[in-house]
Design a binder for this molecule. Sequence first.
Ligand SMILES: Cc1ncc(COP(=O)(O)O)c(C=O)c1O
Length: 434
Amino acid sequence: MDFEIGEYFRARTPSATLHINERVATLWAAGETVYHLGFGESRFPVHPRLKEALAASAGEKSYLPARGLPALREAVAGYYTRESGQTVRPDQVIIGPGSKALIFALQMALKADLYLPAASWVSYAPQAEMLGKTVHGIPGRVEDDYVPDLAAFEVSVAATDAQKLLIINSPSNPTGRMLDEDFLQALASLCRRHNVVVLSDEIYARLSHDEPAISMARYYPEGTFTLGGLSKHLSLGGWRLGVAIAPSSPGGERVLAAMEAIASEIWSTASAPVQHAAVLAFSGEQDIEAYIDVCRRIHALRTGFFADRLQTLGIRCTRPQGGFYVTASFEEFSQALATRNIDTSDTLAGHLLDVYRIAALPGSAFGIPESELSLRLATSYLDMETDDAAARVLEAFTAGTPAEAFMTEQIHPRTHGCLRAFEHFVAELSGSAD
Ligand SMILES: Cc1ncc(COP(=O)(O)O)c(C=O)c1O
């Protein structure tokens, strides 16, 4: 039988991040060495008390309310009140099966065009397109680490009186950059002037490297929906638990009610055992917070080291301030690359995987023009490919290994191997390869 597929999906392939992960898995299964910089998954072990809490909740088999388990919404409200210093009430909270699903529900609930900085996470634009929305790019420049150009954004939003949705993400996937206070304040007044709703994706907020991340809700509480979850700072991507906080207003409540309706028709509720266990994750208990802090410091060391070494090799990359990503630009090598028929970020990523066994995502997957020869590099898998390897990295850190020794080849052999592969690539491009 010939099945007819909806028009939008005829030309669609699975999300770029999941696709590269599958390609790497195939190469690994064939016994190949591949440096996997393509998938952003925090790989630390599940905290033992969270494991116990999940096991203890295995008997929770009933459907929960579409907005989430009341005790969890209360814990989430308490957590965000502590984190942001502003009161968040449980009735502003909705729980979902990952923040990805909640981002989709919010986009579905709001009648608004989407405004997206280049560079932005891979799934925002496809979600909007699935919903038939128009997506407007906001330019950013590699020289500014892709922090969005507010003047260009203002010109674009001033052209229409309709409601607009802007998605920001700080710390950023793919650049690792954070939006600072001045930027957020300027953005808040711009959004106020032009009726812009903000979805502030703060899924990496607890993984800031030095300074704490600042929430957009601090400056624009009336128009900001804050998104978070457990996937990144507690390495629980597979648990599928995300949260959204709506503005405290009748308007915010109307959007939450629409999201609740969407949830009730699509996923009903996030997994009951996971929601019960997640109460502890948001409790602020000291050992959980200490664990989050250790993981944060390790990501900071590994990502900062990687970015510094790339710069030393002459590869320009963004300055990571949070999370575990950098965006590298190979524009300076564009002539040498052109002689190898590499003139897009896609062909660049393909060449690195085929020849150097480095798996990375092309900047084009993040809304960066494909001619810009940029790659998103995630450090989260290197030397943490298996659960045992990840546990060894954690152990080395918690045993008090000094920072310099922690990043040596002994503890991070594949990180060093990957950097050597980049060194060979740069040598090839500079004509000095042996
Ligand atoms: C920027 C960003 N937002 C949201 C998500 C989705 O996270 P989850 O659905 O696991 O909460 C991810 C995952 O990679 C991400 O990088």
